[in-house]
Design a protein around this ligand. Structure first.
Ligand code: ATP
Length: 364
């Protein structure tokens, strides 16, 4: 698992942290390092423990075990207001009676930063979010997306080490969301502050993050770059949660991580794949194959299957192919369909194949 970052002192260091609510272990003991200037996402389905993990970093929640360090300093027993961090939530919580400018400058005023400097910093933060021209407005004279930007300007204006964002784009419509994903990433790069982004939206995490921690049922399943999470999932859960994936139950012989083995699939026989981890003895596992890695042809070498369904998705078709009782999802580009499989129809018999290195075998 890649948990190391390149900087010497991580922005956030979590060691052995866990959270128990009654008899429910919401976050299992966990170690994690988040680098300086990193855009780091915590991704997982509802109830997996991501908010609880975030709240332990902010200090809203006391861990049942473990320590939290910010910039090398142990803050486990330090109250939230004295931690060098800020937060951004879906509810923007702007002061309605203050102008946009004063909303952004508010924290600096409370901290008694000299007026000229506070004004300059508030102005710079508003420029960062491209709202310098709306400084005199009140929050109720802004659109949802603009209010979100003001909230972000407010979160970064004092230059905290870390900003934590909990599903901040949840209330925005799809198009605005996409725009803001792009913008958030740009702003994070520009201010050079570590962002910890909590989301259940895999696409959001993939497009914005330097690294992602994928969580399920209180356990961090994998920490890696978006590409690695997608191409080299370490568990069945990660493969199924991120993008679309064929998950085939297999019996796996022993072998070292990275080696190619022949796994047995009920009804089909043996299929070659690469072990994602060291396997010491024969056991049950899952073969993971992305739909875009499967090739379909008329005739030739491969497994014989029958087309069960064809669904048009725009630039590609999703094809379900039944191979000896196992349904495989195959994605077929519209161009390939037109050129190589003209007239493809439900019920047709085809051969499917893939490169063994594109079939990963995991045990968990
Ligand atoms: P969501 O995306 O729905 O917010 P999440 O991944 O952020 O979910 P958490 O809010 O961290 O999940 O909750 C993790 C688990 O801990 C859930 O089963 C939740 O019911 C439970 N939990 C959270 N807070 C408490 C609490 N204060 N007391 C008891 N159980 C809690």
């Amino acid at each position: 698992m890649t948990t190391q970052t390149t900087t010497s002192t991580p922005a956030v260091e979590i060691s052995g942290i866990s959270k128990q609510f009654g008899d429910h272990l919401a976050v299992q003991p966990l170690d994690l390092e988040i680098g300086d200037n990193e855009f780091f996402s915590i991704l997982g389905p509802s109830g997996c423990g991501k908010t609880t993990l975030m709240r332990m970093i902010t200090g809203f929640e006391t861990p049942s075990s473990g320590r939290v360090r910010l910039g090398g300093v142990d803050v486990t027993d330090v109250p939230t207001r004295n931690r060098d961090l800020n937060m951004l939530f879906q509810s923007y919580a702007l002061f309605p009676h203050l102008t946009v400018f004063e909303n952004v400058a508010f924290e600096l005023r409370v901290r008694k930063v000299a007026k000229a400097e506070a004004n300059a910093r508030a102005q710079a933060a508003l420029e960062l979010v491209k709202l310098a021209h709306l400084g005199e407005r009140k929050p109720d004279q802004l659109s949802g997306g603009q209010r979100q930007r003001v909230a972000l300007a407010r979160a970064v204006v004092s230059g905290p080490k870390v900003v934590l964002l909990d599903e901040p784009l949840g209330a925005l419509d799809q198009q605005l969301r996409k725009e803001m994903q792009f913008e958030l990433k740009r702003m994070q790069r520009e201010v050079g502050i570590t962002f910890i982004y909590v989301t259940h939206d895999q696409e959001e995490a993939l497009t914005m993050s330097d690294r992602i921690a994928v969580m399920s049922e209180g356990v961090v399943q994998q920490v890696a770059s978006p590409e690695e999470i997608y191409d080299q999932p370490q568990t069945r859960f990660v493969a199924g949660f991120i993008g679309s994936c064929n998950l085939i139950d297999v019996t796996v012989p022993g072998g070292a991580a990275g080696t190619q083995v022949a796994a047995t699939v009920a009804g089909i026989g043996t299929l070659n794949g690469v072990l994602a981890e060291d396997v010491t003895r024969e056991q049950q596992g899952t073969m993971l194959i992305r739909p875009e890695r499967i090739e379909m042809r008329r005739g030739g070498e491969g497994l014989v299957g029958r087309v069960e369904s064809l669904t048009f998705l725009g630039e590609e078709w999703q094809v379900h192919v039944n191979v000896s009782g196992t349904t495989l999802k195959v994605s077929l580009s519209s161009l390939v369909r037109e050129i190589e499989l003209p007239g493809l129809a439900v019920g047709e018999e085809l051969t499917v194949s893939w490169r063994p290195e594109d079939a990963r075998i995991v045990i968990r």
